[in-house]
Write a protein that binds this ligand. Structure first.
Ligand SMILES: [Zn+2]
Length: 82
């Protein structure tokens, strides 16, 4: 497992796949803590560089979220959480 594709929960220290974290609306599946990426561009660059494996790209493609809508919801959630 590449360290680049994971995020460590600041609360319970669980190591979570970024894709899993995104699908879970940035909520740690282990402790329910809201996680903010230290650098959102990191995830974006991962996707943009096509560095996802084929199966991950498929999951990305099947993501039910409209990208812009998802981002605005994410910002809203961050505003309410911080
Ligand atoms: Zn956690």
């Amino acid at each position: 497992m590449s360290k680049e594709n994971t995020e460590k929960c600041r609360k319970c220290q669980a190591v979570i796949l970024l894709q899993k974290l995104v699908k879970n609306n940035h909520i740690c599946p282990n402790c329910g803590c809201y996680l903010q990426f230290p650098d959102m561009n990191r995830l974006k660059s991962l996707a943009d560089n096509g560095s996802f494996d084929e199966w991950k790209a498929t999951i990305e493609y099947m993501n039910p979220f409209e990208d812009d809508k998802y981002r605005s919801q994410l910002r809203e959630t961050q505003k309410n959480t911080i």
